[in-house]
Design a protein around this ligand. Structure first.
Ligand SMILES: O=C(O)CCC(=O)C(=O)O
Length: 268
């Protein structure tokens, strides 16, 4: 699929776009199989929870490509790395990591509002995520919402723990701000979202504020799979406040990301 100039302009202006039909049925099956394998046997970065009311279940996990061949192939060989290069205007693309967000039917908890880059040990502008839908993703099942243009505010919001089972808090970074209470003042923000069909994806910038509804459907799962990619200007940063599971002790501040953990996946 070739991206239109309009898509690329909208990404840079708004911070997020929806891409239609970018993951074909064959890749979706590979992802779906890998998701079930991960749910059955999650690796060390699992961060899911069972809601207190006993309904639903959230399966979250990081760096799953390192444990499942299907995810690895998808991150390296699917059309996504090339699309990342097109959107970011880059000649090289590295994989930062991948992540699973499975909200089973009845998982009513929202994903809190946040932006991603404060969690990540990387500096630079050319950084994005694709969030691939494996199920119909709507306001009812937990579509991701974005605050238009917020990636251009240049603001880093303090990371907070998502899943209830994670007990270690994030280090406080004095340069980070507390994320505003967007949910209580939704009308004050230009919030936008897209419904997705299986095979569609959001592409969004690392600094755009986003959150997601719970999955209040009784039948429909909401399996979201993200691949996060880095472009030419991304460098390593040991900023406090980042996710310890995403850091790399072999890199120094300002280094290019090429490494076993953040492999080069595309070169144009
Ligand atoms: O799927 C969700 O609930 C949230 C996704 C998200 O925050 C992300 O991909 O960065």
């Amino acid at each position: 699929m070739n991206l239109s100039r309009k898509d690329i302009e909208a990404f840079h202006a708004d911070g997020a776009i929806a891409l239609r039909g970018v993951v074909n049925a064959e890749w979706r099956q590979i992802l779906a199989d890998a998701i079930e394998a991960d749910i059955a046997n999650p690796g060390p970065f699992y961060h899911g929870y069972e809601p207190e009311d006993g309904r639903g279940r959230f399966h979250g996990n990081l760096r799953t490509w390192e444990f499942h061949e299907g995810f690895r192939r998808f991150c390296f060989e699917s059309p996504l790395p090339r699309m990342a290069a097109e959107i970011l205007g880059c000649s090289r693309i590295n994989l930062l990591y991948d992540q699973l967000f499975v909200k089973e039917p009845g998982t009513v908890n929202r994903t809190r509002w946040h932006n991603d880059q404060p969690y990540w040990p990387v500096d630079g502008y050319q950084i994005l995520s694709f969030w691939v839908a494996l199920d119909p993703t709507t306001a009812e099942t937990g579509a991701v919402e974005f605050v238009r243009g917020s990636h251009r505010w240049g603001r880093f919001f303090q990371p907070e723990v998502f899943g209830r089972t994670v007990t270690d808090d994030y280090e406080r970074n004095p340069d980070y701000e507390t994320v505003p209470d967007i949910e209580s003042a939704r009308d004050d923000y230009d919030i936008f979202s897209f419904d997705l069909e299986p095979g569609d994806a959001y592409a969004f910038h690392a600094l755009v504020l986003h959150g997601a509804g719970g999955n209040v459907s009784e039948q429909v799962r909401r399996r979201g799979y993200t691949a996060r990619y880095l472009g030419d200007d991304a460098t390593y940063s040991s900023r406090p406040g980042t996710n310890k599971g995403l850091r790399n002790s072999l890199l120094r501040d300002g280094d290019r990301l090429d490494s076993e953990q953040y492999p080069l996946v595309w070169e144009g």
